[in-house]
Write a protein that binds this ligand. Structure first.
Ligand code: DCP
Ligand code: MG
Length: 366
């Protein structure tokens, strides 16, 4: 990627946080291919090289129209030789032979299948593949395979939680979560974050952030909400991660580290609006739900972080550090020049601290 100041005003920025990326992707034929290459590398543990393809795809997603000629890519940032060659091949032949090869590759297909299970990451997927396992039936009947609690739930509810969650289902869940949160603490509020806040119609889960106006309440609300869900018999799985947050700690450099707020990863029962699922003999769908409860003074940073997209946030943090000498993560923004934490009541405040034009949530689909 080239330095932003080396480009004229109208040029596309190499930082995703200086681009407006809506869900209206005019270059899907190219970005789908680049994302297959990225995913293939991620599944084999090559996160660094995969990021180059992710960034190239992200730049194309921000363009106002489809690429027409090969020359149009010449002024675009973050497109390496390899990405350009893929784009050229697709422009000329309609598809990329390397991408087709990956899509048909037994290892890729199996790794993708295994890692689609809740609780199964690339390492476990690779372990199972290397032991000759190729199907769920083989994994589940292999005596030496020991599933943890998360993976057991992942297989148990696979059929439901592998289906996309719709916006309608997300809204129905919001009412349920809101009801439980308000019952526990009438002054708390709930907002949808993640992909749905960016305008997506479907997601793999529903992400909620809880705002509690009194200090310390953020630590008691999640256990109480979980207890209530259990009493309502709508909880199929829960993993509560208590807060390890420390107000004095500086934002971290490491992007892949989880934040320290109290959070829980759940599988909830969502009652169908219409008739019973006669085949399954049940009137509900299992849905993955994440809840996070940050302290009030850091709420805005948590909201920004949990809204994503991952690539948008990665570049926002990189921009803060490299262009502004500030450290940003899901907890805070820290100014290294003045050694101070910068407060923020709204997301607009955070962009203003960084000297960036405000980018709306629906423009953060980088
Ligand atoms: N996130 C985070 N820390 C975590 C979990 C998530 O910062 N411990 C962020 C990264 C994502 C956002 O929160 O941008 C939501 O995570 P998802 O994995 O749910 O991603 P999306 O909601 O964007 O996609 P999907 O539609 O697949 O759910
Ligand atoms: Mg999500």
């Amino acid at each position: 990627c080239t330095h932003p100041s080396a480009k004229p005003e109208s040029a596309v920025s190499p930082y995703a946080c200086q681009r407006r990326t809506t869900l209206d992707n005019h270059n899907k034929i190219f970005t789908d291919a680049l994302e297959v290459l990225a995913e293939n590398l991620e599944l084999s543990g090559n996160q660094g090289p995969s990021l180059a393809f992710r960034k190239a795809a992200s730049v194309l997603k921000s363009l106002p129209a489809a690429l027409r000629r090969q020359e149009e890519t010449q002024h675009l940032p973050c497109l390496g030789e390899h990405s350009r060659a893929i784009i050229e091949e697709i422009s000329e032949c309609g598809s990329s032979s390397r991408v087709e090869e990956i899509l048909n590759d037994e290892r890729y297909r199996t790794m993708k299948l295994f890692s689609s299970v809740f609780g199964v990451g690339p390492k476990t997927a690779e372990n199972w593949f290397c032991r000759g396992l190729r199907t769920f039936e083989q994994v589940l009947s292999e005596p030496s395979v020991r599933l943890n609690r998360m993976q057991t739930a992942g297989f148990l509810f696979y059929e439901d939680i592998s289906k996309p969650v719709s916006r309608t289902e997300a809204s129905a869940l919001k009412i349920i979560v809101e009801e439980a949160v308000i019952c526990v603490n009438p002054s708390a509020t709930v907002s949808i974050t993640g992909g749905f806040r960016r305008g997506k119609e479907f997601g793999h889960d529903v992400d909620f952030i809880i705002k509690t106006p009194e200090a310390g309440q953020e630590d008691v609300i999640l256990p109480a909400v979980i207890k209530r869900f259990k009493s309502q018999n709508i909880l199929l799985y829960s993993d509560l991660q208590e807060s390890t947050f420390d107000l004095r700690k500086l934002p971290t450099h490491c992007f892949d580290a989880m934040d320290h707020f109290g959070k829980c990863f759940l599988i909830m029962k969502l009652k169908h609006e219409q008739e019973m699922d006669a085949r399954a003999g049940k009137d509900w769908k299992a849905v993955r739900v994440d809840l996070v409860a940050p302290p009030l003074e850091r709420f805005t940073y948590a909201l920004l972080g949990w809204t994503g997209s991952t690539l948008f946030l990665r570049d926002l943090r990189r921009f803060a550090r490299l262009e502004r000498g500030k450290l940003l993560d899901n907890h805070a923004l820290y100014d290294k020049a003045t050694n101070t934490f910068l407060p923020a009541n709204t997301e607009e405040d955070i962009f203003a601290h960084l000297g960036l034009e405000y980018i709306e949530p629906w423009q953060r689909n980088a």
